[in-house]
Structure formats: C-alpha cells, structure tokens
Write a protein that binds this ligand. Structure first.
Ligand SMILES: [Zn+2]
Length: 346
C-alpha cells in the first residue's frame, strides 16, 4: 500500500493504547525561542560521600548501604505505597476512593557513582536484568501484589534527584492505567487473531525496516510508528513472552546488549548523558495467564533538538492529544546514523 501522508499533517494510531497522535512534519523548520535547559554532563567521581545510593553511605532512614559490589535493591525510604494498608472503600455521591497497598523498591545498577547503563559492561547490565527478573517474581508472588512496575528516571531534566545509576520498582494491588489500556488492546487482538499484537507488529516493522534501530538474535529496538517523544524507542523480544521471568540466560545477555547499544545511541545523539524515563510493561501478577501480553521496554526521552532543548507536553497536548514535528522515520534514521561507540570513549 502506498503511503503518501508522511509529508502532510496527519494522525497516527497507537495500537497498544488505542490513542492517536498528531504529526506535523511540515513544522520542523520552526525557529526556537523557548526554554533552554542545562546540558547534562557525565559524572566524574566513582564514589560520592554525599550520595545516599553509594556503598557504605548512610541513608535518610538511618540505614547504611552495604559495601555492595554489583547490584543492590532495598525498600524505598520514602515509598509512595505502603505494605500494611487495609482494604477500604469510600463512596459518597460522586466521590469515590479506595486504599492502595504496595511495596516500592530502589534498584542500584552499580556501586560506581559515575556510571550509567550505556557506560556499563554488558555483563553488569545482565546482572541488572537478573535482578529485575528476581524482583518481578518475588514481589509479584506476594499476597495482594497484582502488578509490578519496573522503571528508570534518568537525568535532572526528568526530575531525577540523584545521578547514581539506579531505577525503581513500584508494586501494588491495583493494575495501573497505562497497563490496563495496553492489556485491553492486546487482549482484543489476541481474541480476534489468536496471535500476539506486538509479534505481528514486529514482523511488519522488520519487513519495512524504516523504524528499526537495532536488532540481535532475540530482541529488536525500534521507534514505534506512533512515537510521541522525539526519540522514543521500544525494545521488543522476538519470542512471544508475557514477562521478563521467561528469559533464558542467552536472552538475558541479548537484552542487556540491546539496552547498552540503544542507550549509547541516545548519548551520542547530542553528546550528553541522555535523559529519559524507561519502563517495562508486562503481564500483571494477578494470577491470570494473560496469553495476550507481549512484554516490552519503552524509552521516553524528552530532548528535542539539542542537549538543552526539550519537548514540552503542554497546550494542545494537555487539552487534545500529543503532537510531534519530526516523523518517527526521520528520527530513526538520525539515530541509526550515529557512531556505535560512546562519545566519551572516542
Ligand atoms: Zn552514588
């Protein structure tokens, strides 16, 4: 089918959420007089005595971090969710609420304060993947925990308060909205076609090759057709796995490799420690089999045209729906053209 709409204003459909995004490719020459942020520099010191995530340092809770050598996880001292909340409902007229129980953890990727995922060795990232698997399983098995959200907030621009390489895991009794949306769309497709929505999507993308960023034996990194963020990316396993606990040892390494290669691409784009929010969407831990689910990891980076200029989701995007200027195809082409070696190691 011929596609003549790419140079005209058009809407693209997100098959995972059922939402639309407005694309305005004619608008990329717009002059920028907006806000400029601080460029995010790489950290220089391997140990920071004032960092609450570095080994042997004391945290605000009074707990002392062990002298950990690899990964390290602990319950968040300022958790948004608490484990000992009794179920309770409130309904009065049109006002409705319910209690929510959960466990929030912090996952340190490395003891080295100066590292980030693109600067870590594949072997070290593989250990992060192993810890994600363990936490997904052990938290998900707990009574009342029906969903486990693994995510990373990287960079001050994303509101991340500490540059130490780390992510978070929030697990809870209800299934969050973004997950519910994706679950519904995947389920509809599974029931209608008896195949995985994302696996079929991957097949089409691998034929077109326009939005593929990276590929290895087990994973593909691509810019989704419906990308909202300028350089949004998604890592999808080729195998139809519902969650990360199904990865075997080879696949863990392949996952770590593609995470490293993708985050190097990101850093090399503007030669900066590239900020983003990333997260893994996978089957809820509510006891259901959920054959419709195909796990994936999404990266939402805010930077638009330089290390200092980010995209704002305001105005039309707050009141109508997301909008972007550069198409996903041209952004993917830009990323694909970047060197494979991290700019700091040139
Ligand atoms: Zn640190």
């Amino acid at each position: 089918m011929s596609n003549t709409i790419n140079n005209k204003p058009h809407r693209r459909y997100n098959i995972l959420t059922g939402e639309w995004i407005l694309v305005s490719p004619h608008r990329t020459k717009r002059p920028w007089q907006g806000k400029k942020d601080q460029k995010s520099e790489l950290q220089k010191v391997a140990y920071d005595p004032n960092c609450y995530l570095c080994p042997t340092n004391e945290r605000a809770s009074g707990d002392v971090n062990p002298d950990y050598k690899g990964t390290y996880s602990f319950t968040n001292d300022f958790a948004a969710l608490l484990p000992d909340v009794e179920p309770e409902q409130y309904k009065e007229g049109l006002l409705q609420a319910e209690t929510e129980m959960g466990i929030c953890k912090v996952v340190c990727f490395s003891p080295n304060h100066a590292l980030t995922l693109p600067l870590m060795e594949v072997e070290e990232i593989t250990n992060v993947v192993k810890l994600w698997k363990e936490e997904y399983k052990s938290l998900g098995e707990k009574k009342g925990i029906n969903h486990v959200q693994i995510f990373e907030n990287k960079g001050a621009i994303m509101g991340c308060s500490n540059p130490h390489p780390h992510g978070q895991i929030w697990s809870q009794s209800s299934i969050p909205q973004e997950v519910v949306k994706k679950q519904e769309k995947q389920k509809e497709y599974w029931e209608a076609n008896n195949s995985s929505l994302l696996q079929d999507y991957l097949k089409q993308e691998l034929e077109l090759k326009e939005r593929i960023l990276l590929e290895n034996d087990h994973f593909v990194a691509l810019m989704p057709y419906w990308a909202v963020w300028p350089y949004e990316a998604m890592i999808v396993p080729k195998e139809h796995y519902q969650d990360i606990s199904q990865l075997n040892e080879k696949e863990e390494v392949a996952f770590a490799e593609i995470i490293k290669e993708l985050t190097i691409m990101f850093d090399n784009l503007f030669e900066t420690s590239f900020p983003y929010s990333s997260g893994i969407h996978q089957r809820p831990t509510d006891g259901g089999k959920h054959p419709e689910w195909h796990f994936h990891m999404s990266f939402y980076p805010p930077l638009l045209r330089s290390a200092e200029v980010k995209k704002f989701m305001v105005g039309y995007e707050m009141f109508a729906n997301p909008q972007r200027d550069i198409t996903a195809e041209s952004a993917a082409e830009t990323l694909r053209g970047l060197p494979k070696v991290h700019y700091s190691k040139k």
